[in-house]
Write a protein that binds this ligand. Sequence first.
Ligand SMILES: [Ca+2]
Ligand SMILES: [Ca+2]
Length: 160
Amino acid sequence: MKKTILLISALVCLLNSCNKEDASPTTTEKPITYSNFKITSVKINNIPFTDGNGSSWDVSSGPDVYFRLTDKNDTEYTKGTQYNDILSTNLPFGWNFTKAFEINNLNTTFFVEIYDHDDLDSDDLIGIVGFNASYFTNGYPTSIPLSNSGCDIVINGTWY
Ligand SMILES: [Ca+2]
Ligand SMILES: [Ca+2]
C-alpha cells in the first residue's frame, strides 16, 4: 500500500512538473543552435574589371582570377584554382571545395581575397571580402551573399 502511495505521489509530481512546462509562454522546444559552419563552395557574382585608376587588370585580356581564404594573420587555408581571362559574360563562376573548410570558432573572421594572377609581376589584388559566421547565426542561412570593394560573392556551406 505504501508503495502505491509513493508511486502515486511521484506520478503527481511528474504531472505537476509537466504542467509547469506547458504553462511557459510559447513552446518548450529549445531553438536549434549550431556552433560550427563549413564552407562547401564560393561563388563570384561580380568583380570590378578595372583597378582604382580605371585600368584593366591585364593589358590585352581579362583577369586570371583565383581566390585565397585567409585569416587576419594572412594564414592561407585554401586557394581556388585559377580561371583565365575572365570576362563579365563568364559571371557568375566559382569553386566547389573538394574538402569543406570547417570553421569551429564562429567568431573568427576569415577573408576571401580575390586576385588576378600575373606571370611577370606580382598578382593584382582585385578585392577582399570578410566573413564572420557569427553574424549569420540568426536564421543560419546556407547561402551567404557578401560584398566589398565591388566584389559580390556568395559563400555556401552547412551549419552543424
Ligand atoms: Ca594583371
Ligand atoms: Ca589575363
